[in-house]
Ligand binder design. Structure first.
Ligand SMILES: Cc1cc2nc3c(=O)[nH]c(=O)nc-3n(C[C@H](O)[C@H](O)[C@H](O)COP(=O)(O)OP(=O)(O)OC[C@H]3O[C@@H](n4cnc5c(N)ncnc54)[C@H](O)[C@@H]3O)c2cc1C
Length: 293
C-alpha cells in the first residue's frame, strides 16, 4: 500500500516542478499534493511525519531553484479558494497563504489601506512572503504582520503573534511549519497616492534590475552586513558571466537569468563560481537567499 492511500484524489506522481516556478527549470516532484482545505493539509502533514516522507511546501515558486533531478519527496501546493481568500476588516487584512501577494497589495490600495506599496515588485504568494520575510530597501512584510496562523511541526493549528515568528532580514523561525494565513495591520490613507508610490518603486526596479518577466528568482544572495551583494559581485567582474544557459545579469549582478537551453546545474554552477570569486576577492562568504530544492 502506498503512503498516500486515502489521498489519491489530491496526489499526483512525477509532476514537473518547472511549471510551478519562476525559473521554469529543474526536475519533477515525486509526489505533488494539492489539498483542498486545511484539514486535508493537516492530515497530509501527519501522514508525511508518520511515514517519514520528505516534504516541501511551494508558494508561487519565485524564490526556489529545483535541481535537475527534481525533489524525491512530496511537494504541497496549497491553492484554491480556501487558501487564497482575502478579507478586509477596518485596517486589518486577513489573507490566506496562497493569495497572490502583488494582487493583495493592489486590493488593499483599492480599500485605501496603505503601507504595503513599499513592497512593490515582489512576486509570489502571501505564505512565501511571510516565510521569507520578503522585502527590500523600503521595508519588509514582517513589520505589517499581526499574527500568523500555521500548522506547526506537530501538525497542530496554532496562531503566533508577530514577535514569536522571529522576523529578521529574509528570515523567520518557520522552518518545517506551514503558513496558512496571516493578519496584516495597515493604515487608512490615500490609496491613489500610495498606488503612485507603488508605481515609482516598480519603475525604480525596472531601471536597476532585469525585467520582471525574465526567468530568475530575484536576488540570488543575501546582502552581507552593510554592503549590497550586487556590488560585491559586480566588483568581482561577474556581470555577464555565463555558464550554459545561465547568465549573471548585466543589469544587476545579484540576479541570474535563465535562457532557453538552461539546466538547474548551469544556475547552481554559476552560483558556486560567483560565491568563490567574491570569497577570493574580499574574503566574504555570500549566503544564498534563494532556496535550492
Ligand atoms: C523578479 C523577482 C523579483 C524579486 N524581488 C524580490 C524582492 O524585492 N524582495 C524579496 O524579498 N524577494 C524578492 N523575490 C523573491 C520572491 O519573490 C520572494 O521570496 C517571495 O516572497 C517568494 O514567495 P513564493 O510564494 O513564490 O515562495 P516560494 O518561492 O514558493 O517559496 C519560498 C520559500 O517559502 C516557503 N513557503 C512558501 N509558501 C509557504 C507556506 N505557505 N508556508 C511555509 N513556507 C512556505 C517555501 O517552502 C520556500 O522555502 C523576487 C523574485 C523574483 C522572481
Amino acid at each position: 500500500m502506498s503512503w498516500f492511500s486515502g489521498f489519491e484524489k489530491i496526489v499526483r506522481t512525477d509532476v514537473p516542478l518547472r511549471e510551478y516556478t519562476w525559473y521554469k527549470l529543474g526536475g519533477p516532484a515525486r509526489w505533488f499534493c494539492e489539498p483542498r482545505d486545511e484539514d486535508e493539509l493537516a492530515a497530509l502533514l501527519t501522514r508525511f511525519r508518520a511515514d517519514n516522507i520528505p516534504w516541501r511546501i511551494l508558494g508561487g515558486g519565485a524564490n526556489v531553484i529545483v535541481r535537475d533531478a527534481g525533489f524525491d519527496g512530496a511537494v504541497i501546493h496549497p491553492r484554491g479558494p480556501v487558501f487564497e481568500r482575502v478579507e478586509f476588516d477596518a485596517e486589518i487584512v486577513n489573507a490566506g497563504a496562497g493569495a497572490d501577494f502583488p494582487k493583495l497589495i493592489g486590493a488593499a490600495l483599492k480599500h485605501d489601506l496603505v503601507g504595503l506599496e513599499v513592497l512593490a515588485g515582489i512576486p509570489g504568494t502571501v505564505g512565501g512572503a511571510v516565510r521569507m520575510n520578503a522585502g527590500g530597501r523600503y521595508g519588509e512584510i514582517g513589520r505589517f504582520v499581526q499574527t500568523v496562523r500555521l500548522l506547526d511541526v506537530n501538525s497542530q493549528f496554532v496562531t503566533r503573534a508577530a514577535d514569536e515568528v522571529g522576523f529578521a532580514y529574509r528570515h523567520t523561525n518557520l522552518d518545517n511549519c506551514i503558513v496558512l494565513g496571516v493578519t496584516l495591520k495597515l493604515q487608512r490613507g490615500d490609496g491613489e497616492r500610495a498606488l503612485q508610490r507603488y508605481r515609482e518603486i516598480v519603475t525604480e526596479k525596472q531601471r536597476d534590475q532585469p525585467a520582471l518577466a525574465a526567468r530568475s528568482a530575484g536576488s540570488i544572495f543575501k546582502n552581507p552586513p552593510a554592503q549590497p551583494a550586487g556590488r560585491l559581485l559586480d566588483e568581482a567582474g561577474l556581470k555577464g558571466v555565463r555558464i550554459g544557459g545561465a547568465e549573471i545579469s548585466t543589469r544587476h549582478a545579484n540576479f541570474i537569468i535563465a535562457y532557453d537551453d538552461v539546466t538547474a546545474d548551469d544556475v547552481l554552477n554559476l552560483i558556486s563560481l560567483a560565491k568563490e570569486r567574491v570569497r577570493q576577492a574580499t574574503g566574504i562568504e555570500l549566503e544564498p537567499e534563494v532556496e535550492i530544492w
